[in-house]
Design a protein around this ligand. Structure first.
Ligand code: DLZ
Length: 172
């Protein structure tokens, strides 16, 4: 009977979260997308997922600002510049780090993760962590494309940006 109660609860939660996603209205929001040139093909797929997620939330195409940076390490700096410009409600930092043979991956990954959080709290602008940290390209594909049973996480990042933008506006 415990099992039945548990599954009833998770069904209710699923239904509630569907309702709240449907209500995300981004029609008056300006969203910045910072994307790396590193791992261009995968990052482009993720940006396409972001665009389709933003469209689902009624964000206007003219209100989406997209800018390239070289690699993931550059994302926090660019995000801080954009946040301080006061021109966007939220920023999505989009990149892909793939583990190589050295410790480089761990160092960059940690710095970027910490850097993005610093910009969130330091500027009080929502900065979405749209960075995949993967051991190989197969893992990247599963998280950046809806093909072959994968899921494009860019769609979720877009909804997170809209949800957090609304939260910040409501707090003012
Ligand atoms: C140098 C480097 C390496 C080895 N790998 C990646 C990666 O997988 N993903 C990524 O976004 N960037 C990588 N970079 C570049 C760094 O992020 C950064 O652009 C350079 O170290 C210059 O600061």
């Amino acid at each position: 009977s415990h099992g039945v109660a548990r599954s009833a609860t998770s069904l209710k939660m699923a239904a509630e979260s569907e309702v709240s996603f449907g209500e995300l209205d981004g029609s008056s929001l300006q969203i910045g997308v910072l994307r790396t040139r590193w791992n261009d093909e995968h990052v482009t797929n993720l940006v396409n997922g972001i665009k389709s997620g933003l469209k689902e939330c009624n964000v206007k195409e003219d209100n989406i600002f997209i800018k390239e940076v070289p690699g993931a390490y550059e994302l926090p700096f660019a995000a801080k510049l954009l946040a301080l410009s006061g021109t966007v409600d939220a920023i999505i930092c989009c990149g892909v780090l793939i583990k190589g043979e050295t410790l480089h991956f761990e160092y960059i990954s940690e710095a970027v993760t910490k850097g993005i959080m610093d910009v969130n709290l330091g500027t009080m602008t929502p900065v979405v962590y749209g960075v995949l940290n993967c051991l190989n390209e197969d893992q990247v594909k599963k998280r950046s494309s809806n093909e072959n049973g994968g899921h494009n996480h860019g769609e979720d990042w877009a909804k997170t940006a809209v949800e957090m933008s609304i939260m910040r506006r409501e707090a003012r």
